[in-house]
Design a protein around this ligand. Structure first.
Ligand code: ADP
Ligand code: GLC
Length: 477
């Protein structure tokens, strides 16, 4: 077995705010089959260590950004976790990045500390464990490859971009606090418009850069999607690679999902029972002839929530309904509440975060709507495919790579698995919604699409093999 240290701010099932956690939590098991033992380093947020089994302290630092810290190695199921216990940074009420008052003011230090510890373990090992490679995720992990490089280490590193919208940008006055070398504060280093960008530090120092879908890798080299870092990524095009996310098929499996009435591609009648459950759970009318569309998402600008009125108006006009679960920005929560008030019995909204409810929604829904402005990979369309809840998605990022939009050509080739719309605006979404309703009314076509979707390859096998091949190549170099 070769060893890889993964460093990130979230990992399922210990802490999750989005898809990053799903991916970080699922990769170790996927890679185990490829001959790689992956340990995941995350901050020991309040309560994390209590949930680990067989813990032991494997590394200590008397002064990790202001106070002592310890690394607790432990297990959660099959997942091997290295939880960084540094109470001055992580033992707080609230989520991983914020509390009710907003983002923590010291997030830059909090995640720099995580990366400092990861770089130290990567270089010197912890206990009798020493990684062959370090794999960092997003801006929170991005200083780990940078610290290694700045200290002259040649340990191979991989930097994965899950979302370029978050760049770890802070004022240059934090340079010394973040233990960053002044010599690398320039355009080819971690300097970004006069500030520090921790993501840029990772992008300019890692041996390889991966994005969570091939399409997103291409998009990121263009001004429209690169959010100012397109030049940095294009300059390293030779080491950039898109590797599609998979889903955890043990958690997302309609045949064994404890949260729903089990069904499969050959027992689709049981799916209708889940639909009934969903209708009553969201207080929707008991007879809905059009598609019952679901949406499970963070409610932010990225997710195209401002486009919903167009989709809903068309959907309701065609006899369909919407069940929505999400939480996020105030304006977006207000917008979706407004839709529920405007279309009682046709639009049901639940503000909050509820994993079990999300499973029941995929099980009962006919279609899942993902109208994102940009989407590095997206996981809900994949869950939708697996549960025969056909995706209606914007033509961006990983959504393009995973859904085959219905057209005369893809339908006659028996390839279509959903509806894809472009450009990402209200008119195109309205037309796509109409198309979805027409397809849904054509029962034979719809059932064929459902069965095809449910059988598509969505697990980690292919992608894990690609990560493993990348790791092998880097350690051989
Ligand atoms: P992102 O990471 O940008 O939010 P993804 O589609 O990659 O988008 O991942 C989102 C993950 O979070 C999925 O697993 C989705 O089911 C889950 N999720 C988002 N909002 C909620 C919610 N309100 N309740 C339950 N699960 C949610
Ligand atoms: C990010 C992206 C999402 C992706 C997830 C996991 O949160 O917004 O598209 O699926 O990371 O890689």
């Amino acid at each position: 077995m070769k060893h890889v240290l993964s460093v990130a701010s979230e990992a399922v099932p210990l802490v999750k705010t989005g898809g990053l956690a799903d991916v970080v939590g699922a990769l170790p098991e996927a890679l185990a089959g490829q001959g790689w033992e992956m340990r995941v380093m995350i901050p020991a947020y309040r309560g994390v260590i209590d949930r680990l089994k067989k813990t032991k302290v494997v590394w200590r630092d008397p002064d990790l950004y202001g106070a002592p810290a310890e690394l607790h190695l432990g297990k959660h199921g099959a997942l091997e976790v290295m939880a960084l216990h540094a109470p001055h940074l992580y033992d707080r009420a609230g989520g991983p990045y914020s509390d009710i008052r907003g983002d923590f003011g010291d997030n830059a230090e909090r995640f720099a500390a995580l990366c400092w510890a990861a770089a130290a373990v990567a270089r010197d090992g912890a206990g009798d464990w020493r990684p062959d490679l370090l794999h960092a995720h997003d801006w929170q992990g991005a200083l780990a490859p940078a610290y290694l490089r700045y200290a002259g280490s040649s340990l191979p590193t991989v930097m994965t971009i899950h979302n370029i919208a978050f760049q770890g940008r802070v004022g240059a006055e934090k340079m010394a606090t973040l233990r960053l070398p002044r010599e690398a504060f320039h355009r080819e280093g971690y300097e970004f418009w006069g500030d520090i960008s921790t993501l840029k530090a990772g992008l300019t120092t890692a041996d390889a850069i991966t994005t969570v879908s091939p399409r997103y890798a291409e998009e990121l080299m263009r001004g429209e999607y690169g959010q100012g870092l397109e030049g940095v990524i294009a300059a390293r095009a030779g080491v950039v690679m898109g590797i599609l996310n998979g889903i955890d098929e043990t958690v997302w499996n309609p045949q064994s999902d404890p949260d729903c009435i089990p069904f499969s591609a050959s027992t689709l009648s049981a799916k209708s029972k889940n639909r009934k459950v969903l209708q009553s759970e969201f207080q929707l009318e008991s007879k809905i002839d059009g598609p019952l569309v679901i949406l499970v998402s963070r409610l932010t600008a990225q997710k195209g929530i401002d486009l919903l009125p167009a989709a809903v108006e068309e959907l309701v006009a065609q006899g369909g309904a919407l069940a929505l679960l999400g939480s996020g920005d105030g304006w977006a929560e207000e917008l979706v509440r407004g839709l529920a008030a405007r279309f009682p019995g046709r639009v049901g909204v639940r503000i909050g975060y509820d994993e079990a409810l999300s499973h029941r929604m995929f099980a009962g829904g006919d279609a899942v709507l993902v109208p994102s402005r940009f989407e590095p990979c997206g996981l809900t369309q994949l869950y939708g495919l697996r549960y025969g809840c056909l995706p209606i998605v914007a033509a961006v990022g990983g959504l393009v790579d995973t859904v085959i939009g219905a057209s005369p050509a893809t339908l006659s080739a028996q390839a279509a698995t959903g509806v894809v719309f472009h450009p990402v605006d209200a008119l195109a979404l309205r037309q796509a919604t109409r198309r979805l309703c027409d397809l849904h009314a054509d029962r034979r076509t719809w059932t064929a699409m459902m069965k095809r979707a449910m059988k598509s390859e969505l697990g980690w096998a292919n992608s894990a093999a690609r990560y493993a091949a990348l790791y092998e190549r880097l350690i051989a170099q």
